[in-house]
Design a binder for this molecule. Structure first.
Ligand SMILES: [Zn+2]
Length: 492
């Protein structure tokens, strides 16, 4: 049992201090009623969670804000957004809305409000050594939140119960972090990963889904050597329980998976083996083989258009993970956020990056721009594109920082900044079936909002300048979150 009075007194001190911290960090916080002991505002949050808060005001009015609402429409200037408790209580022209007495006023002149990011190919693990993925859930959930991610799906796990437990601890207010759609361990056939099982039969696939769904998994991911029959069994088992299943495929083509009823495919079109001439059923010809055909694919040609039509007709969403592919591509800048890694991991990635830079014949030189063109074509044809970062590969995809980078890469792919933001907010929410509550800034929706210092609709690089991340109405300080894990990412 926790002594509630003791916790309350700690909270009160933290919250009193948070106003000064907010002022010091450049957010104008006018005098107003603050949350405190017994505050109905954010009940049930632990001292641990509140220690990362910048403001816990009961009612906050953001005035003179530029609002990019996540729908893809142009930004609206001079807006007031009032949040009360967990929800958005009002939104409209600042001239037309007068905040009620006692409201904490936050003047956002020159700043922008965007919805909290909803990203769907995230992980709580990272490549730390030979065939070893370090389980970094503790630091990653803070980094994701600091980067503006308020909801995320983990796209496969190699840790067993950690995704599931962290999901629950975050929901219970014990840990800071985005709301998690927690994925079960991968559904895969025989493989060389140390931390991954191998399904032997359809019955194995069904048992896996049922076991992990019972344990609290809310999402599933099929992997590169699953068979069609196993995938069919897994899809049926997941759908029976109202859960979705995605895939990073190879042995099964995108077209086959769509016909089997999969909900989502990962890595844009770069994992598609549909165009490999000698492809044998249920066998992965090697990811590189598939990628050769994709690099040569014509986005205006009939074969690609037929595949896109099949995915669109069957409502299969596609996840863009340009961030991880950028790390494989020569000539690209060092990714952001490396300074939070333990020095050995930072060095390890910088060495990788230097080696990649020397590889003048890398297929990725053609593949990265092709991946972008194919994703654009998918959206033009009416497909649902969603976004994630995939902190795997050879490292260098650092949670939070990379979520911002992914949005920049969508803009490089040819989407407008507001379209890219919509892909990373509303589209993710739509896929997760949570659009009624999250993903856009609108009256009555959950107060998941990011305050950006600048105007990402003009300069998408401003998306890196995150001032405060509001999740369910509580404003988190990205500086506190990041500082708490600096040079520790790799240990926990
Ligand atoms: Zn992944």
């Amino acid at each position: 049992m926790v002594d509630r009075r003791h916790v309350a007194s700690i909270l009160w001190r933290l919250i009193a201090g948070s106003v000064a911290a907010a002022a010091a960090a450049g957010v104008a916080v006018a005098q107003g009623r603050q949350g405190g002991p017994g505050s109905p505002n954010h009940p049930g949050l632990s001292a641990n969670v509140l220690s990362f808060a910048k403001t816990d005001a009961a009612v906050i009015a953001f005035t003179n804000a530029r609002v990019i609402d996540g729908t893809g429409t142009p930004p609206r200037e001079g807006q007031t957004v009032i949040i009360k408790g967990r929800n958005i209580a009002a939104i409209g022209d600042s001239a037309a809305i007068s905040p009620p007495e006692g409201t904490t006023i936050v003047d956002l002149t020159g700043k922008t409000l965007i919805p909290g990011l909803v990203m769907v190919h995230e992980h709580l693990y990272y490549p730390t050594g030979p065939q070893v993925y370090g389980q970094l859930g503790q630091s990653f959930i803070r980094l994701y939140l600091a980067g503006g991610v308020t909801t995320m799906r983990t796209g496969g796990n190699v840790n067993g119960f950690m995704d599931l437990k962290l999901k629950r601890l975050i929901e219970e207010g014990q840990q800071p972090g985005p709301a998690l759609d927690a994925t079960a361990p991968y559904l895969n056939g025989p493989n060389t990963f140390l931390q991954m099982q191998a399904l032997g039969s359809e019955e194995d696939a069904r048992r896996h889904v049922d076991y992990w769904a019972d344990a609290g998994a809310t999402s599933f991911k099929a992997y590169m050597s699953i068979t069609r029959a196993q995938l069919r069994a897994a899809i049926e088992a997941a759908h029976r329980r109202g859960l979705k299943i995605t895939g990073h495929l190879c042995s099964v083509t995108y077209g086959e998976a769509a016909e089997l009823g999969i909900d989502n495919l990962e890595h844009g079109f770069l994992a598609a083996t549909d165009f490999v001439a000698a492809k044998k059923p249920d066998e992965c010809p090697g990811q590189g083989q598939g990628m050769q055909t994709i690099a040569a694919l014509d986005e205006n040609g009939a074969p690609f258009k037929a595949l896109v039509k099949k995915l669109v007709d069957r409502k299969v969403a596609l996840t863009s993970t340009l961030t991880v592919f950028e790390t494989f591509t020569p000539g690209r800048p060092l990714p952001p956020g490396l300074d939070v890694l333990v020095p050995q991991l930072k060095k390890q990635f910088e060495d990788n990056h230097a080696r990649t830079a020397q590889n003048a014949t890398s297929n990725y030189i053609k593949l990265l721009p092709k991946a972008m063109a194919l994703e654009r074509a998918f959206v033009r044809a009416g497909g649902l594109l969603i976004a994630g970062t995939d902190p795997t590969g050879g490292g260098g995809v650092v949670p939070g920082f990379s979520n911002q980078r992914q949005i920049e890469l969508l803009v490089e792919a040819g989407f407008t900044p507001v379209e890219a933001i919509a892909i990373a907010t509303r589209n993710g929410a739509a896929y997760l079936g949570r659009e009624a509550r999250i993903g856009t800034i609108a009256f009555g929706k959950q107060a998941d909002l990011v305050v950006v210092n600048g105007d990402p609709s003009r300069s998408i690089a401003d998306i890196r300048k995150i001032d405060t991340v509001f999740k369910q109405g509580l404003g988190f300080d990205p500086v506190k979150l990041i500082d708490s894990v600096r040079e520790r990412v790799g240990l926990w």
